[in-house]
Design a protein around this ligand. Structure first.
Ligand SMILES: Nc1ncnc2c1ncn2[C@@H]1O[C@H](COP(=O)(O)OP(=O)(O)OP(=O)(O)O)[C@@H](O)[C@H]1O
Length: 254
């Protein structure tokens, strides 16, 4: 059984069936990509995993426990962290201050604005945040204003902020969207390093096939709200059904 088990999940928006009958099993300590054409239901599925949407039907189990009915912060505390398409960092704060926020949240269960007053006097938090910046190769940027960083480094910081919460499942929603090729390649290298160095499961939604094939061990192809195929990257490449879903080609032509 996978660390994440999605069974018969359906989600309708008015007259639109965004997810039909989704079954997905993500094995522990693997990188599992979910790909599919625009409007296939990828983000809707991700939102159902983190409590932002409640499916109409089906079940979502993480490590044997249901996530349905739990609030996003509760699901986060269960060990699921999500990186959004647009980096969710605090641009007006320094890199170090940004990193301290999830360290507080992890230790104290929440981050309250009061914590800002004397945050640098809290040695435990300072040391943990410094350690995370080291691990992210960001120690030199410690005092930089987060807003001034490149898109790739903002993403690096945000992924580090997720990892500070010690998640067991990291969900990435198009982590390289809008990035220049150099930043994309840096993000691929960072995710490879995270995968090699940690006990962590990564599930990634991504349009950039270079990113998908560089990282994924399993790929699920979603089309019109339903999984079309699930297989290894080698088998997904050139799969007639996948070409059909993306390019509108018939199987005979593929
Ligand atoms: N809140 C909503 N209300 C109504 N319709 C929605 C809502 N969210 C998504 N949809 C619709 O559900 C379908 C699936 O959308 P979703 O964003 O999950 O697809 P996606 O695969 O993530 O697409 P993309 O690759 O373009 O981001 C689309 O037709 C979309 O317009």
């Amino acid at each position: 059984m996978g660390i994440l088990e999605v069974k018969n999940v359906g989600k309708r928006f008015g007259g639109l069936q965004a997810l039909g009958d989704v079954n997905l099993s993500v094995a522990e300590n693997t990188v599992h990509a979910i790909i599919g054409p625009n409007g296939a239901g990828k983000s809707t599925l991700l939102n159902c995993l983190v409590g932002k949407l409640i499916p109409d039907t089906g079940s979502v189990m993480f490590d044997g426990q249901s996530v349905l009915g739990r609030k996003p912060f509760e699901i986060n505390q269960m060990g699921i962290s999500r990186v959004f398409q647009t980096p969710e960092i605090f641009g007006e704060l320094s890199v170090m201050e940004n990193m301290m926020i999830p360290c507080f949240a992890k230790r104290d269960g929440a981050f309250t604005p009061n914590a800002f007053r004397d945050m640098f006097k809290d040695r435990e938090i300072v040391e943990r945040a410094e350690q995370m910046l080291e691990e992210m190769n960001m120690a030199d940027a410690r005092d930089d204003n987060a807003a001034t960083m490149s898109r790739g480094n903002k993403r690096r910081l945000e992924i580090g902020m997720c990892l500070a919460q010690e998640p067991r499942l990291l969900l990435l929603d198009e982590p390289t969207a809008g990035m220049a090729r150099a930043d994309t390649n840096n993000t691929i290298d960072l995710l490879k390093q995270i995968k090699d160095e940690r006990d962590i499961t990564i599930s990634i939604i991504e349009h950039d096939m270079h990113v998908v094939f560089s990282l994924a061990e399993r790929i699920t192809v979603l089309a019109q709200g339903t999984p079309l195929v699930e297989d290894t990257p080698d088998n997904i490449k050139g799969h007639p059904k996948v070409r059909e879903a993306y390019l509108g080609e018939t199987q005979d032509a593929a």
